[in-house]
Design a protein around this ligand. Structure first.
Ligand code: GBH
Length: 461
């Protein structure tokens, strides 16, 4: 008997779910949620310094208290459980562990993450830890010029080895660095993120190189010191070419564009070489590196994580390089952040490119989500219909990918709860859970119910 197409049953059964065992989680980062910026022996980070510098952050907001997760982590883990998340991607604050960047570890810093990890596991939530989500110890900025120095890359590897040796009995998945592109380009190029530098091209290229070198050195240190079987990857905001019209020629153009535009980051980390076009266009400003550096940078990974928010529409051209990026139309819809152009297809093409260009076998979507106005009604509830619209459309494209065999293993929604959105301060809310910044009261939004249902039924609802 064919199903009656007017029935709810027909709507629900027509489309496949996500693959069995798919991991549904939420994500956060230390500086954005923890607070306790100078407690329990923590050292200053470049984000503490930057946010304390007048004029850098909207409304003068800082992460000094953030959403006080450092003290409220038990409540936050309970909320994660309530919204049905089975995994949690969080970041470790390097200056909590090594207040001076190198040297003596601070046992109280490690103790916090011990407590958090134990709480997660006791609640059936798998911890996925990011080692660097932009909060470099200020001491290393002062001592060596931070990422301008190769010594910072080495110090990162030492910290990564130490930390994973301590936590890998319980944390089985680590990401080295979050969004190489963002902290390098915005932190050292435009200066809109910490440490707020506007470096000339040669020095900026060297920072890029040190970032990927730090990743490679860390992968090796983790393999040496962590428990056997520890899984290691990275979390990069891949710049994702989306064929503006899905024909073979535009798809090929989007692939070529994606490989070139990510040349200093994903491409070199997955191929172990800078592309000819990248080196040629950098000319005399190209990074200084050795063949051994490249070997380190391409150290084999267990998985690749990508943060996906925006599309870059691409089409094929007759003339070199054979592709062109389109400007967004003035009326292109966007979410609450000024940069957040909507393009659900990005969540299909980004993992597709990873599979096609670099044969990646295990992919995680380490971030996807959006800022929205999120104004509570009189009864305190938040009906974020726009966030649900955003999620449903992006997840539909993700499901399109998995149903074609693109090996995506899990999805982490950014973010678990509203938090300090870098230069935008507390003004842009990304959470599934609303936080009242005056009282720090947490209230799940309607999108949290959407997430809970998606995770429970393992399909787009
Ligand atoms: C990610 O960045 C981050 O990993 C996460 O921490 C962040 O909260 C989340 O997504 C939402 O933004 O900040 O005004 O200088 C996403 C990619 C690239 C978007 C840089 C913002 C800089 C604008 N980001 N871009 S601004």
């Amino acid at each position: 008997m064919p199903i009656d197409p007017t029935s709810a049953e027909a709507c629900l059964s027509a489309t496949p779910g996500l693959p069995q065992g798919f991991v549904w989680g939420t994500a956060t980062a230390a500086y954005q949620i923890e607070g306790a910026w100078n407690e329990a022996g923590k050292g200053e980070s470049i984000w503490d310094r930057f946010a304390h510098t007048p004029g850098k952050i909207k409304n003068g907001d800082t992460g000094d208290v953030a959403v006080d997760h450092y003290h409220r982590y038990k409540e936050d883990v309970r909320l994660m459980k309530e919204i049905g998340a089975k995994a949690y991607r969080f970041s470790i604050s390097w200056p909590r562990i090594f207040p001076d960047g190198t040297g003596a570890a601070n046992p109280q810093g490690l103790a916090f993450y011990d407590r958090l990890v134990d709480e997660l596991i006791a609640n059936g939530i798998a911890p996925y830890a990011t080692l660097y989500h932009w909060d470099l110890p200020q001491a290393l900025q002062d001592r060596w010029g931070g990422w301008e120095s190769r010594d910072t890359a080495k110090a990162f590897a030492d910290y990564a080895g130490y930390l994973t040796e301590k936590l890998s009995d319980r944390v089985r998945h680590f990401f080295t660095i979050n969004e190489f592109t963002t902290f390098v380009e915005w932190g050292h190029g435009t200066g809109l993120l910490a440490p707020g530098l506007k470096l000339p091209p040669a020095r900026l290229n060297q920072v890029r190189h040190h970032a990927v070198l730090a990743h490679g050195l860390a992968v090796r240190a983790i393999r040496e010191r962590a428990a056997p079987g520890t899984k290691i990857g990275l979390a990069e905001n891949i710049v994702a070419g989306v064929p503006v019209i899905e024909t073979a020629e535009h798809i090929a153009a989007a692939e070529r564009y994606t490989r070139e535009i990510n040349a200093g980051y994903l491409t070199v980390m997955l191929e172990g070489r800078y592309t000819d076009a990248f080196l040629k266009s950098a000319g005399a400003d190209a990074p200084k590196f050795t063949g051994e550096d490249l070997e380190i940078i391409k150290s084999p990974l267990d998985f690749v994580g990508i943060n996906v928010y925006v599309p870059k529409y691409v089409r094929a051209t007759q003339s070199a390089p054979g592709y062109e990026v389109l400007e967004f139309s003035k009326s292109h819809p966007r979410m609450a952040s000024f940069w957040h152009m909507i393009g659900p297809e990005a969540l299909y093409w980004a993992p597709h490119h990873l599979m096609k260009l670099w044969n990646v076998k295990d992919i995680y979507i380490t971030e996807n989500g959006c800022g929205a106005a999120d104004e509570p009604a009189a009864d305190g509830t938040v009906t974020d219909s726009d966030r649900i619209m955003f999620q449903r459309n992006y997840l539909t494209q993700l499901r399109r990918a998995t149903s074609e065999g693109v090996p995506v293993r899990g999805y982490f929604h950014w973010s678990l709860m509203d938090n300090f959105e870098w230069s935008a301060g507390f003004g842009t809310r990304f959470g599934l859970i609303h936080v009242d910044y005056a009282t720090l009261k947490r209230t799940p939004k309607l999108s949290a119910s959407f997430f809970r249902t998606v995770a429970a039924e393992n399909r787009v609802v």
